[in-house]
Design a protein around this ligand. Structure first.
Ligand code: C2E
Ligand code: CA
Ligand code: CA
Length: 803
């Protein structure tokens, strides 16, 4: 930038120097003029006096001699002095002897007038003329031309002033030249050079090279500049390099094809590429510093942070997740790498949308494991599930069942009505099956009209499992035999079922399927719309159970039940009481034992009705015996009570009502209950027992020793008797394990202040061991088998013998 002239440092210097020179010069000139003025005052007077005294003698003698001519010469001589314009010689009397005069200078200007004003002199000089030292002869008068003196003086003063001014100007110019040459010009040059540098950024030559302060300044500046240029150059190239590498890495990221996220260890996004934004459906949104967990379906903030620790420790390198996007969940496969930058760990995630793959996998899975028509599992999936069920059942000891279904005459439907209708029926069957099956069952289609059902964990025993399966089979058969409404027509179909119960030692899933298939074949050959177990025994027992359940419906109404009584004896063969045991006189002529139907009745709920009948009948019989007269030793009749019966809300009132009806004292009735029943509903049982106890009714724990035998429970119940289970009694020998258990039972009874009775005593040996251990009441074949009522009544009065 060029400096404007007014701001030019040389101009400023010159102006100042000039000003100072003029001011100083003026002051010094003024002082000088003033001093001159004083000097002029004095010297002009002296000069006049010198002239006067020079002519004084001649004047004196002329006056003395009154010589006018000489006097004239004197006065003329006097006025020849330019400063004197009038000279007069007078005698003592004041008469003019001679006078000379010329016009004083009148021409004047302001300066001269000012100077004349300032002259402080006496313009009228008188000089006494004396001769021979004492004789006064006359007086010489002289008038001084003040204007002349002033103009003379002014002329000189002006000249001196002009000179002074000139001097100042010259001085200023000289100084200016000097400063310009040595200071301003170099500075201006330097300034221009620097300004030029700002544009060109190139140093060719230095503007100033002398060895002085400016030279040093330029040199230092030039060094600094060059250094800075160098650094700038380096910086620029680093910046360029950086931006190049930044563009490079960004384009690498953007062209990577996969979504990339750079996250910190707190799962916050530090950087992400276009694909990542696209994947999340958040294009052009600022996702930096957002936690990635907010897009994760599988991970919470906490679990993802914990997971990142695994990634950092290189324990995990890939994982799958579902990203939450506006479009829904997007399954992704993520590759994770730890990146360490400046001692800080980051995680680079490369995520790939695997929706298509997942979809394909799902389709493959469906194709592989499901039947395309009914969407039911296919043989493969079924076999997988069956295999795992078999393993599980081997471990937990429970049983399951495989049901192989085949539609009877489906081929006829298919051939006559077409495959379309056949397919529709198959779909309807699939639906019906799914509706009727429990949640954990698997219903599969093996192709054609073959459906296979898997029912895992149905029961603890094979028998119960068979019973359950028989029920279910019947249900399935009835559901599938209902008419199918298709295109306005009603179609009928029946089904046959083959069943196989698993597990069985060393048999695999295929074996059970074969068994079920074999059973199915038998079912079909036996007339269709039926079911068959592979195991024939199972078949008969299951059928029997079904038969029993069917038969039980009318048994009470038809009076097919009968109570038998088994007496209980003391060591000295006194009859202490009896236990009532139910028998079912089946219409087909068999007597069915309670072991075969009580469980069935419990499960079907028929036990309530049967139990009521038992209670009524037992008390009725007891009432008649009382009336007939019982032996002294006989204290009570025991009645078995099933858990469901006992838990009925009206059980207690029912017992009371019946006792009242037959006028039998409560103390004559003993209720046999099991431990397990008590445990299931302790509080209610306790309360009910308390109420019954108030009427004198006694309680015996049946099958004692086989249940939980928890002392804690027992001591809080109003019990009277513990019935040692037959399993401990059979073949009991001194010192045997059974004997030890019986000993503990007896000790427990003593502690709780209860009596004990042993059931199932068949031999004298058993009785003797029991007696030794401290049990003195017995029930069993050794004394008497259960008897019909008439036989029992006869026994009441007939003493027995044992051995
Ligand atoms: P429980 O209550 O333990 O009945 C004793 C069972 O042992 C009876 O079988 C009886 O005949 C049998 N028994 C008695 N002494 C001997 C013996 O010395 N040797 C052998 N081997 N057995 C003997 P039962 O009558 O077949 O009854 C079986 C189970 O049916 C009973 O076991 C009981 O749990 C149930 N039950 C029987 N009658 C009734 C009843 O009226 N109501 C209820 N709820 N259950 C009953
Ligand atoms: Ca019993
Ligand atoms: Ca028993």
């Amino acid at each position: 930038m060029a400096l404007r002239f007014r701001h030019n440092i040389a101009y400023k210097q010159a102006r100042s120097v000039l000003l100072i020179a003029i001011v100083l010069g003026s002051i010094s000139t003024a002082i000088q003029i003033y001093l001159d003025l004083i000097q002029e005052n004095k010297s002009s007077l002296e000069s006049v006096q010198r002239v006067v005294s020079l002519h004084k003698d001649a004047a004196s003698s002329a006056v003395y001699r009154l010589d006018g001519a000489s006097a004239h010469i004197v006065t003329d001589a006097l006025i020849s002095h330019p400063a004197i314009y009038n000279a007069e010689l007078r005698d003592d009397f004041g008469d003019i002897i001679a006078s000379s005069f010329h016009e004083p200078q009148t021409e004047s200007n302001f300066l001269i007038r000012l100077a004349a004003e300032k002259f402080n002199i006496n313009t009228h000089v008188e000089e006494k003329l004396i001769i021979e030292n004492s004789v006064k002869t006359g007086t010489l008068y002289v008038d001084i031309d003040k204007v002349y003196i002033a103009s003379d003086f002014t002329g000189r003063a002006v000249a001196s002033m002009l000179l002074g001014f000139l001097h100042a100007v010259v001085m200023a110019l000289a100084l200016l030249m000097f400063f310009y040459r040595y200071l301003s010009r170099p500075i201006v040059d330097i300034a221009n050079w620097i300004a030029q540098l700002g544009r060109d950024k190139q140093i060719d030559t230095l503007p100033y090279k002398s060895e002085d302060e400016l030279g040093y300044l330029v040199k230092d500046f030039s060094d600094l500049w060059q250094d800075r240029q160098q650094k700038n150059l380096q910086l620029n190239s680093s910046v360029a390099e950086l931006s190049r590498s930044e563009r490079f890495s960004r384009s690498l990221m953007d062209n990577a094809g996969d979504a990339m996220f750079l996250c910190d260890t707190a799962t916050r996004i530090i950087r992400l590429n276009n694909q990542a934004e696209k994947l999340l459906g958040r294009i052009n949104e600022n996702l930096i510093n957002e936690p990635l967990s907010q897009f994760s379906h599988q991970f919470s903030d906490q679990t993802l942070t914990a997971f990142y620790t695994l990634i950092i420790n290189d324990e995990v390198t890939t994982y799958e997740d579902d990203f939450i996007t506006d479009e829904g969940l997007v399954p992704v496969e993520v590759r994770a790498n730890r990146i360490n930058l400046d001692d800080t760990d980051y995680i680079l995630l490369t995520a790939r949308d695997i929706s298509l793959r997942k979809e394909a996998e799902k389709q493959i899975h469906e194709l592989a494991y499901f039947d395309p028509l009914t969407k039911l599992p296919n043989r493969r999936l079924f076999t997988d599930r069956l295999s795992s069920a078999i393993e599980l059942h081997k471990e937990n000891g429970s049983f399951g069942v495989v049901l192989y279904l085949d539609l009877d005459r489906f081929k006829t439907i298919n051939d006559s009505l077409g495959h379309g209708i056949g397919d529709e029926i198959l779909c309807l069957i699939a639906k019906r099956l799914e509706n009727v099956l429990p949640a954990k069952a698997t219903c599969a289609r093996f192709g054609g009209d073959e459906f296979v059902l898997l029912l895992p964990e149905t029961a603890e025993t094979e028998e119960l499992c068979a019973e359950y399966s028989a029920h279910l089979s019947q249900k399935v058969l009835s559901v599938l035999s209902m008419p199918y409404e298709i295109e306005g027509q009603q179609l009928y179909s029946s089904t046959s079922i083959g069943l196989a119960i698993f597990p069985d030692e060393n048999l695999q899933s295929e074996d059970f399927l074969r068994q079920a298939d074999t059973a199915l074949y038998r079912a079909k050959s036996l007339g269709r719309n039926g079911f068959q177990f592979f195991d024939q025994e199972m078949q008969s027992s299951a059928q029997e159970r079904l038969q029993i359940e069917k038969g039980l419906h009318q048994a009470v109404d038809n009076g097919e039940f009968e109570l038998w009584f088994q007496p209980q004896y003391s060591s000295n063969l006194e009859m202490l009481g009896a236990e009532s045991l139910i028998r079912w006189n089946h219409p087909d002529g068999h007597v069915i034992m309670p072991g075969q139907f009580i469980q069935v009745a419990e499960e079907s709920g028929q036990i309530i009705e049967i139990g009521n009948w038992i209670l009524q009948d037992a008390i009725e019989k007891l009432a008649s015996w009382i009336e007939q007269g019982l032996p002294e030793s006989f204290s009570r009749l025991a009645v078995n009570i099933s858990p469901m019966q006992f838990m009925q809300v009206d059980f207690v009132s029912n017992v009371f009502r019946t006792l009242e009806k037959w006028n039998v004292p409560g103390s004559m009735l003993e209720l046999e209950i099991t431990e397990n029943m008590l445990l299931n509903n302790f509080e209610v049982a306790q309360k009910k027992m308390g109420l019954l106890k108030q009427r004198g009714i006694t309680f015996a724990i049946d099958d004692f020793g086989t249940g939980y035998s928890s002392l804690k429970y027992l001591q809080h119940l109003p019990l009277d008797i513990l019935k040692i289970d037959r399993s401990f009694v059979t073949d009991i020998r001194t010192g045997s394990e059974d004997a030890a258990i019986v000993e503990v039972i007896i000790a427990t009874a003593e502690k709780l202040n209860l009596s004990v009775i042993a059931e199932g005593v068949e031999t004298v040996e058993e009785r003797d061991v029991l007696c030794q251990l401290g049990c003195h009441c017995y029930q069993g074949y050794l004394y008497s088998k259960p008897l019909r009522e008439d036989a029992f009544v006869a026994q009441l009065t007939h003493p027995i013998t044992v051995e």
